[in-house]
Design a protein around this ligand. Structure first.
Ligand SMILES: [Zn+2]
Length: 334
């Protein structure tokens, strides 16, 4: 993926959604706002990871290509933190990267399954569906099943099977969005939603560079900034969803398998616990009616579902109140 695509599709979702959707500006309640007191009694969140086996593995644009040991260790650390918090999770697999790292790819998938975690299809090559026709998209889905197939399909009754498209690109026109949803259904998939984004890849890029420079003070500052941003984004998206839907559906956290999340996941899960969340599966989360209604408004971007629901319900949202990662993080990541 190019830097520009990453920035547009993952890093500027709020502003992009506001501009794209042409909404008038309505202020959302930010962290510490008056709505903070109205937390529902039982909040839940499903944790999801994209880009298994590792976001920077076999990625020519990775800031620092990880060693096989780093790939193995990142997954072990993530599985360890999930276990420590008794947290279910779904890992979305990029088949091409599994194949490119050799036997370790299969080992990692097996470790996820042995830990009773779920695997999903993140397509074969992590291509941008905006640039593909339907035949190519179908091939990406089918080829994306090579490794996860034996895990996913060993029980015919095992449903749903989740598919998440790279960059959360679901079709840049209403017709294409509908056709992509039909394709997913034809292959037995439910499209995975996501409601909380932290631009974790931007912080990871900065973190990898600081690690490579053996700059311990900066790695610590990055971790602190990342956790602050994550805490704020959890609140922001809860408020967004409540404003749009009138309640908080189960949240779905979007993370990537990378070294930064490997070292911070324990603290990220603690942030959720401190905010009153219990952990749930993606399947249970998406059983909520909010996720059952087909999306109608199309976008070439990959906004979180709160923005999509706002568009579908013609509710005006000021996406510019969503905080971006600090400028020095973006700079540090190059
Ligand atoms: Zn991805």
């Amino acid at each position: 993926m190019t830097e520009t695509e990453k920035t547009i599709t993952q890093g500027r979702l709020g502003a992009a959604a506001a501009i794209l959707f042409g909404f008038a500006l309505v202020s959302l309640c930010g962290p510490g706002g008056s709505e903070a007191a109205e937390q529902p009694a039982a909040r839940t969140v499903a944790i999801t990871f994209d880009d298994l086996p590792h976001a920077n593995a076999a990625d020519p644009e990775a800031p620092v290509p990880p060693t096989l040991d780093a790939v193995r260790q990142a997954n072990r650390d993530i599985l360890g933190a999930l276990k420590a918090h008794n947290t279910p999770a779904t890992g979305f697999v990029v088949e091409k990267r599994v194949e490119e790292i050799g036997p370790l790819g299969q080992e990692i998938l097996k470790e996820w399954v042995d830990a009773n975690l779920d695997l999903g299809n993140h397509t074969f090559s992590h291509a941008d569906s905006n640039a593909l026709d339907l035949a190519a998209i179908e091939k990406e889905i089918v080829d994306g099943e090579r490794s996860i197939g034996p895990f996913l399909f060993r029980s015919a009754a095992r449903k749903p099977r989740f598919l998440r498209f790279p960059y959360n690109h679901l079709g840049n026109t209403p017709e294409k969005q509908e056709a992509i949803a039909a394709l997913a259904a034809k292959h037995g998939y439910t499209l995975a939603a996501s409601t909380i984004d932290t631009s974790d890849y931007l912080f990871d890029r900065a973190y990898e560079k600081a690690l490579a420079a053996k700059d311990k003070a900066t790695t610590e500052r990055i971790v602190a900034a990342y956790l602050d941003h994550t805490r704020e984004q959890i609140v922001y998206y809860a408020n967004l969803n409540r404003q749009v839907l009138g309640y908080e559906p189960p949240a779905i956290m979007l993370l990537h398998v990378n070294r930064l999340n490997a070292v911070t996941l324990d603290r990220i899960l603690t942030l959720f616990e401190e905010a009153g969340y219990g952990f749930t599966t993606l399947e249970a989360a998406q059983a909520d009616p909010a996720y059952q209604k087909p999306l109608t408004a199309a976008t070439k971007f990959g906004p979180m579902w709160g923005y999509r629901w706002a568009r579908d319900n013609t509710i005006k949202i000021d996406g510019s109140t969503e905080k971006e990662p600090p400028e020095w993080i973006v700079k540090q990541g190059g």
